[in-house]
Design a protein around this ligand. Structure first.
Ligand SMILES: *[C@@H]1O[C@H](CO)[C@@H](O)[C@H](O)[C@H]1NC(C)=O
Ligand SMILES: *[C@@H]1O[C@H](CO)[C@@H](O)[C@H](O)[C@H]1NC(C)=O
Length: 388
């Protein structure tokens, strides 16, 4: 992480520098911890920081279930992607968020025939990148799936004329039907985008990849955390739809390390709802204390549970979990001490024709508050709620 600078070489340097210079340097390195006893310690892992805007809350837009590359061999498919770009542009113009979270199912890899699905991934990022807004992404169950041959291709009309978009690779490999792995998708995103805050996560958590944490820092003091945003890979595609015991342990250790007294609020983002969503799901319609506008299908939860919810519920600092996956659900409901929220289906790809939109999450500091609402493609907003 570029923090190999040893304490021995760093300390004499610190004495020479003026206090202003030092604080600037500390900010640049981004992850130095300044302890009360005056020593400076380089932590093992450097959390990336997102600074609060001056005198305003931090506004985050959640883009969920974009499903780029769906039915890429038809005329309908690419048109859906154009429509999804329009939704994102509209939300970005109406809300002018400071940050965007791509909440999984960015692409429909099981429909993508080309060797390098990053081409579609990249299209999905383009509206945010073009506006110079930083973002982070997590994986959904469709992002690294293998190509699934449509059954009808084996009927009389046969396999349609396939147009594989040109890639950088050799001609024979343009249509590979193989899928692009999580590591490769993420590496391509990170390598080519200075605005990306995404990470491949600790190696020992693989094959789950998008596990990382961002610190939201106070505007005046970059050392002072306002909130921690935890991102998880909830699986699916090339492996089961679960959050593993190892990921749960990673969270527990990480949270204790960076937020030992649970003083700083923590907010969690992943793609597939956990089973707890079933327990709080409204039966018919949406009634208080739940807030939302569509309740049109059953919760499609992860396959199994290996401890993550127990840990999250026990930590008083965890305020809310945000997921995508169910395109026909957009509610927030309380579960014990925290909120379980759905985003809103943003993409034209994927099942369902409910109007498209994006959940907005807003973080204020001094005092801390967490607000959320949904911004629709047609410009109106609804389902506003105070989560903390
Ligand atoms: C300073 O504080 C750090 C962290 O609390 C601790 O690890 C270190 O031993 C302390 N150093 C001294 C000289 O007290
Ligand atoms: C895959 O696509 C991405 C984005 O378009 C590109 O940056 C990367 O170099 C490509 N990789 C290969 C192996 O073609």
């Amino acid at each position: 992480m570029g923090t190999k600078l040893s304490r021995v070489t760093f300390l004499p340097l610190a004495f020479i520098l003026s206090l202003t210079l030092l604080s600037r340097l500390v900010y640049a390195v981004g992850s130095l911890e300044h302890h009360r006893n005056g020593t400076i310690r380089l932590p093992v892992t450097a959390e990336r920081q997102l600074q609060m805007p001056a005198g305003a809350p931090l506004r985050i837009a959640l883009f969920a279930d974009l499903h780029f590359g769906e039915n890429a061999w038809t005329q309908w498919g690419p048109l859906q992607d154009v429509n999804s770009i329009k939704v994102m542009n509209k939300v970005l113009e109406d809300e002018t968020p400071d940050f965007v979270i791509y909440l999984g199912d960015v692409i429909t890899a099981n429909n993508i025939m080309i060797q390098n699905a990053s081409l579609y991934w990249d299209q999905a990022l383009s509206p945010t990148r073009n506006k110079g807004i930083p973002w982070a992404s997590v994986f959904g169950n469709h992002d690294d799936a293998y190509f699934e041959w449509p059954l009808e291709w084996f009927s009389a009309p046969g396999i349609p004329q396939i147009h594989c978009p040109p890639t950088t690779s050799s001609v024979e490999e343009e249509c590979s039907f193989k899928g692009t792995g999580r590591l490769e998708l993420m590496q391509n995103e990170i390598k080519h985008n200075a605005l990306s805050f995404s990470r491949n996560g600790p190696r020992d958590l693989w094959p789950s990849v998008s596990n990382y944490v961002l610190q939201v820092s106070s505007h005046d003091d970059p050392q002072s955390p306002v909130a921690f945003l935890f991102f998880f890979d909830s699986g699916g595609g090339s492996y089961p739809e679960v959050i593993s015991n190892r990921q749960a342990e990673w969270f527990r250790r990480k949270a204790e390390e960076i937020n030992p007294d649970s003083r700083v609020p923590e907010i969690v983002f992943w793609h597939i709802p956990s089973k707890a969503y079933n327990k709080v799901a409204p039966k018919f319609g949406i009634h208080k204390p739940c807030v939302g506008s569509i309740n049109k299908e059953r919760v499609a939860a992860q396959e199994d549970e290996f401890g993550i919810m127990d840990i999250l519920v026990k930590r008083t600092s965890v305020k809310a979990i945000f997921v995508g996956h169910n395109h026909g659900l957009d509610w927030c409901c309380p579960y014990k001490k925290l909120w379980l929220c759905y985003a809103r289906h943003t993409g034209y790809g994927g099942y369902g024709n409910w109007p498209r939109g994006a959940r907005i999450v807003e973080i204020s500091s001094n005092p801390f508050s967490l607000r959320s609402w949904i911004r629709m493609e047609d410009g109106h907003t609804h389902s506003e709620i105070i989560l903390s």
